[in-house]
Design a protein around this ligand. Sequence first.
Ligand code: G3P
Ligand code: MG
Length: 257
Amino acid sequence: MRTRIFAHRGASQYAPENTMPAFQLAYEMNADGIETDVQLTKDEIPVLIHDENVRRTTNGTGFVQDYTLNELKQLDAGSWFSSSYTNTSIVTLEKFLQWISSKTLELNIEFKNNVIDYKNLENIVYHMVRDYGVLDRTTFSSFNPRSMERMNKLDPNVNTAFLTTSKVRRLTQFVQSIGCNGLHVKYRVLSTQLAEESDKYGIDLRVFTINRPAQMSRCFKLNCAGIFTDVPDLAMSKRANYPNNHNPIRIHPFQRR
Ligand code: G3P
Ligand code: MG
């Protein structure tokens, strides 16, 4: 399998991040998958938004967790990006799943629970993804290792990845110790040794956020399992230059615990 190209928050260089236009563009650009961020509203509805606070990506202020879904839907999540996206609304996870379930795209759902550890987030999201029949093409990820442990307990066969921006020793061992089969790292954490070690232990190594051609080349040469990019069109054309790019298919998934 080639290094998988995930549109980071959708094709977020070209349309407002984590909105339907950004997801639709990623699909049209033939990305392999979509990465998105999930948080919970006051009424415990999972919604796709990166920040805990709505300020940066909407015309509102305050925390997602203090809004009901109905209140959140009134916000404009597009005009901060460009006036041509005025009145684009925040997407619920359910709407996203409805849209993606008829397609073959892979999913990476990132739990944004390292600042606010939303109670029930894993449970609610897991059951919704399962009900839409896309569990086997979904990887759940988080910077919060306790959240990944909770997911692995909920369903030991689910794909989970630990996210990190830090170069720490014994990272692959840590990933194994919390029962994950994936490791998502910031580009500066990537090294040949980490790629080799991940391969040895059957851990899917994916790298964010890869927007520059030189970074893409390195990830393709190291046969990383995936990259997250705001420019999936560029990554797709770049990958075509690496015919030997190949990441082993995990026939025997990493055995947890
Ligand atoms: O999931 C990869 C990447 O999205 C993690 O960082 O801050 O862009 O959500 P962030
Ligand atoms: Mg993310």
